[in-house]
Design a protein around this ligand. Sequence first.
Ligand SMILES: NC(=O)c1ccc[n+]([C@@H]2O[C@H](COP(=O)([O-])OP(=O)(O)OC[C@H]3O[C@@H](n4cnc5c(N)ncnc54)[C@H](OP(=O)(O)O)[C@@H]3O)[C@@H](O)[C@H]2O)c1
Length: 265
Amino acid sequence: MTKIDARRRTAVITGASSGFGAEFTRLFGADGWNVVMVARSGAAMEAIAQEIEERHGVEVTVLPKDLAAIGACADVMASLEQRGVIVDALVNNAGFSTYGEFWRDDPDKQSSMLQVNVVALTELSRLILPGMVERGHGRLLTLGSVGSFAAAPMTAAYAATKAYVLSLSLAMAEELRGSGVTVTCLCPGPTETGFQERAEMGDSALVKDRNLPAARSVAEAGYAAMQAGKPYLVTGMNSRVFAFGSRFLSRTTTTRLAGRAQRRT
Ligand SMILES: NC(=O)c1ccc[n+]([C@@H]2O[C@H](COP(=O)([O-])OP(=O)(O)OC[C@H]3O[C@@H](n4cnc5c(N)ncnc54)[C@H](OP(=O)(O)O)[C@@H]3O)[C@@H](O)[C@H]2O)c1
């Protein structure tokens, strides 16, 4: 699956303009895949596309799109069909968080977050999977989080979106068993990307004054898990311990622990 056969394979990557998405784009490109990049920041994606095309001789297409907009995924699908792109891998990576008490969240930002993290991820998967199933091969990678494993005060709605992503991904993976199409949910712990700044969570005990792992190493682990068809992967030692340990603790206890970890300092 990793190497190209007669036809170059194509990956569609959402949230490709920075962080994990940019690193996934580089990893697919280095393996000889063509890539379609989707996010809002066209100029940032163009720069990454040029870098990868020059370095690896693959074709990188930039599709600037706001995935919070109603109908955005249908537009992406129409653009792919218009270009005759056959999607061999879909990386549903676009997403963001807010930080603070749920009742104080900016309502518009919160709605956009639900739209990007949940609705767009679901719609794009639903639009692209049938072709993969028909062809008998495909890779779907979704971005969960350590927050997929417990309710998380201070990122309450965000963690709920990531619980949804893990639940949906595991169920899809099971439904697709034996079809040649695999679904992998990458669940990272806190990682150095544009995520923390976007969420304005610099005061969170989870990230403040901490050395976070680089996006590249986490993306590499997720990419390998996706190629191997693993159902999910948690990265980061503390996050792995928390995700595993949460099986043996009450829901209220894990919620309290998550709230303590994410408290404002
Ligand atoms: N970093 C962490 O600690 C961490 C931990 C667990 C899970 N994650 C997950 O990892 C994924 C990637 O985030 P990241 O950490 O790489 O952060 P990032 O550097 O902020 O990247 C987020 C990406 O999502 C895109 N995006 C945001 N809103 C969008 C919209 N309305 N339409 C289209 N694209 C949009 C951004 O592109 P534009 O702004 O150009 O649109 C950007 O490319 C997210 O799903 C996040 O929840 C991150």
